[in-house]
Ligand binder design. Sequence first.
Ligand code: AMP
Length: 307
Amino acid sequence: MNTKKNKQILVAGTMAFDEIITKSAKSGKIIGGAATYISYSSSFFTDDIYVSSIIGNDFPVSFLEEMNSKGISTRLIEVSSKDKSFYWKGEYKNDFNTRVTHVTQLNALEFYKPCLNKSSINFDLLMLGNLDPGVQMDIYSQVKNDHNFVILDTMNYWIEKTQKELFEIISKVNLVVINDEESQMLGKSDSIEECAKNILSHGPDYIIIKKGSHGAELFSKHQRSTIPALDNIKVVDPTGAGDSFAGGVCGYLALQHMINFKEIHNAMIYGTVIASFCIEEFGLARLQRISKENIDDRIKTFTKHLL
Ligand code: AMP
């Protein structure tokens, strides 16, 4: 187990253009992507973050500079000279309870062959954000060492298309972070507890199951804990909630001496609070305007109601 303080993070995932439609508004084309939300959220805790991803020739350099100013290194991000960036268009229905994907264009991501050996960095925390599980495995194989802690997120798109490859990478990681619907697709049961048990039987030490407005649950083989969601949040756009939750978890864990059940439980509290900011505006807009103090203030109010 890695006990080093201030762990160096590698975040892998999509960097994208998104278009989001809600009942009352349309975002237009904005910056999104799993790695973008995760790294941005982790940057409230540490400035030792690297992102592995691929962007197209249409991605704004000014945004990469913004990431750099937050302590997120973009030097492992590949730029495709001939393809566009990953593009996703989604719509929320039924008061945000249903998300329909209208378009997923892999674009540059389709040909992504990560090459991290050249970085010669010993990453302590590896955050495998939403990506093709084959690419997640490739990245894992390149940076795995005896002491790093590996977190994995995924989504229905990959569960449906590449389940075998997904279980292969799941068997290698320490912590899986998914939502309740995804856990049911993977764990093949109506009971969250059964799903957690089934997924843990593939190898991970821990699983967090996010339940939207019903909070989140953490399971290990012998322990279980729950936290509620924040109430009184005015939702504008839930996109990135899962990724910013994962980024908050990862950022918090990067500062801990030991990573164990108790610290992962505490990390869920930070993940929940950062996600609650994320959903208050379209895309990254709200996260771009808050500080760690804003997060700590909301943590104080939130934890007053927890046991
Ligand atoms: P979430 O946290 O689940 O709301 O993630 C939203 C982000 O996931 C968006 O910014 C999208 O660009 C990105 N995304 C959508 N579909 C995929 C996919 N199939 N693989 C990886 N990232 C995706």
